[in-house]
Design a protein around this ligand. Structure first.
Ligand code: NAD
Ligand code: TYD
Length: 351
């Protein structure tokens, strides 16, 4: 394996920490630089098992700060960038859209500029991998899938900011010849998931016997993928994906929110030794999310056919592993749900 230096942005976050761990352990000859601002969603606890590895370095920097980004790039001279740093929660984007413009749009352009400047026109062996979401495609009705050819139609401030960042990545490829590749993935779940998103929020509330807030009628549908399978897909596309192309990544695993929450309740009742049906009684239908996208579903045929990727675990297995992780990492959960989280939660779920 050739020696490489790769900057992974957002490596202290949920998905980023799994990508960093995969790269640090699988590629001992690579130098992996984790560039992260450590916002409320970034947590170095996520990486404590690999933090002392000789091929791992952490750099605290905010991608909105162009000079700070440039300094990290000049110091480490990366051959590759895997860009995950983002504001990632739709509900927060509804209350604070500008934060999403700064980090997701301006931050991405700062990274593109730093990369372009560093690599000049010598692109041999170089690659900028932009990690994006299926939410850029908008919402589906009851049938159909998002393919790589689906037009962009974002609805939330989050998806609008991610769509904008995707367009900038293509613009830098088209205008300056920057070697890029993109992945657009469906909803992830797994260990280290911050409990503002559906699955970890419900796990946390079930543990604490708190109401389980299901938005609207609960019939909204998402495609769920185990986070380690997303990290495996990023590894494959980064190394073997065709230049300037995008790959959709998804689990072929659609669930209506209400059915998913019921499955979680069943698995958790068993694991917590509660009588069957106990946790389901906590389900509470609450005010809907404004502009709530009805359904996301990914057609992941391209990455499967071209690169041989497919999910490695079933949803039931992945969910069971996820619950086990949260039950055996109660301190992690307590740390991230104290302080600011309580203010966020009380405001978001005031009803
Ligand atoms: P996350 O919110 O858990 O983590 C984001 C990370 O980025 C944190 O470590 C945070 O500290 C860092 N960060 C935020 N703003 C920053 C800034 N200005 N400068 C430097 N670092 C900053 O997010 P996640 O769920 O791990 O998502 C990672 C990426 O994957 C995002 O780009 C997201 O859009 C994309 N994605 C997420 C999902 C999902 O289901 N979570 C699905 C598809 C794509
Ligand atoms: P989320 O995990 O926020 O991911 P996204 O909005 O990016 O898909 O939400 C997943 C689904 O769960 C979405 O349809 C909104 C719904 N949801 C609830 O019903 N209750 C909640 O408390 C949360 C956070 C989400």
């Amino acid at each position: 394996m050739a020696k490489k230096t790769i900057v992974i942005t957002g490596g202290a976050g949920f998905i980023g920490s799994h990508v960093v761990r995969l790269f640090v352990t699988k590629y001992p000859d690579y130098k992996i630089v984790n560039l992260d601002a450590l916002t409320y969603a970034g947590n170095l606890e996520n990486l404590k098992d690999i933090q002392d590895q000789p091929n791992y370095i952490f750099e605290k920097a905010n991608i909105v700060d162009a000079e700070a980004v440039k300094a990290v790039f000049q110091k480490h001279n990366p051959d590759g960038v895997i860009h995950l740093a983002a504001e990632s929660h739709v509900d927060r984007s509804i209350t604070s859209p500008l934060d999403f413009v700064y980090t997701n749009v301006i931050g991405t352009v700062n990274l593109l500029n730093a990369t372009k400047e560093l690599w000049k026109d010598n692109y041999e062996g170089k690659r900028f991998h932009h990690v994006s979401t299926d939410e850029v495609y908008g919402a589906l009705g009851d049938t159909g899938f998002f393919t790589e050819e689906t037009s962009y139609d974002p609805h939330s401030p989050y998806s609008a900011s991610k769509a904008s960042s995707d367009h900038f990545v293509y613009a830098y490829a088209d205008t300056y010849g920057l070697p890029v590749v993109l992945t657009n993935c469906s909803n992830n779940y797994g260990p280290n998931h911050f409990p503002e998103k559906l699955i970890p929020l419900m796990i946390h509330n079930i543990i604490n016997n708190k109401p389980l807030p299901v938005y609207g009628d609960g019939k909204y549908t998402r495609d769920w993928l185990y986070v380690i399978d997303h990290a495996r897909a990023i590894d494959l596309v980064f190394h073997e994906g065709k230049g300037s192309e995008k790959y959709n990544v998804g689990g072929f695993n659609e669930w209506k929110n209400i059915d998913l929450v019921k499955l979680l309740c069943q698995q958790m009742d068993e694991k917590l030794g509660r009588e069957a049906g106990t946790s389901e009684q906590l389900i509470t239908f609450v005010k809907d999310r404004p502009g709530h996208d009805l359904r996301y579903a990914i057609d992941a045929t391209k990455i499967n056919k071209e690169l041989g990727w497919s999910p490695s675990v079933t949803f039931e297995e992945g969910l069971s592993k996820t619950i086990d992780w949260f039950l055996s990492n109660k301190e992690w959960l307590e740390n991230v749900t104290s302080g600011d989280y309580q203010n966020y939660y009380n405001k978001q779920y005031a009803e």
